[in-house]
Unconditional design. Sequence first.
Length: 375
Amino acid sequence: MQGRAVEFAIVGGGAAGLGIAWQLSLRGRRVTIFEARQIGSGAMTASAGMLSPAYEIEFESPSLLQAMIESRKRYTDWIAQLGDIEYQASGTYELALTPEDVPYIQRRVAFERSQGIQVEWLEGKDLRKHLPMLSPQIPAGSYAPEEAHVSPELLRDRLVEACQKRGTTLLEDTPVNRIEERGEIFELLTPHGNYHAERVIVCPGVPLEGLALPFRVYPVRGQMVAVEMPRKDWLTVPVRYFNRTYGYGYTVPKKEYLILGGTAEEKGYDLSLTVGGVMDILRRAYHVFPELYECRILRMWAGLRPATDTRHPLFYKVPHKELYYVNGLYRNGILLLPLVSEGVVQWILEGTLPPLLQPFHVESQDQLRAKAMHR
């Protein structure tokens, strides 16, 4: 059989691929990552790096919320092992943009508290004691003190370093176009030659390389804008905001700038920036923070989030084969990274997913179709 042999092949070098590779390498496994472009160049580094379970989840997804909460807690151990990723345990705010939006935010607070999340309700002067730069038009909001945020770029860099230190091979610009069975071995066909692997984990995010998946994964575009900070330490806490007409937006502070975002568009693989998307982002941010009016725009970009029909993660193993599929982390790849990485490695080496990930495990094509029908 011609081709280079690898023990564990990971298809996709985004957040999930890097995290799983690192966890496998910690257990002495030899791993090769196949990335169609550059490591971490997709949804991972297009994100703002929020670790905010309270404000990422919707009412119908308590199982996913509990997985997010546990995953965020595991970042403490990850930082101790990886090093600096600009982890900031700052908490996160969620604001109502108008009085009409207050009831919705209040319902979210009640739901969050019912799920064991610590959340404080703030109005008027009390809110502005926390965020004095807010527009006086903002009526109320909530604060979740246990939330955090990280630098996606530093997280990628630390994971790459940790993987390489333990012998992981990173193959960039190497898309896997097809996976074929060769008895107990899998053959990975790439433009640069074929590889043979005993075990394969497929987690490419949005599969731009055209690799066939057993379930539908489609791209959801998110546009982002980086603007200068009005002054040093002007904002140190991520702030999210909601309006029934204009939807969600957020402002996330980094060391020397702010990231503004809040679009979710099903536009296929188009990474274009649009007048409407950027205008919506800036309109919402300006409504919350009038001082941003004079700030310079530093750069703008768009990323594609990998979504399944349920908008939940999916974990699927081909029956009687060592071929695993992990996808659908959508906009929560950074947040879910520790739990998913550790849980998938447990699944591969011990045969079972952790309880918090089992609601997203499917065992057959029939289950996959059923989940798609009951979105």
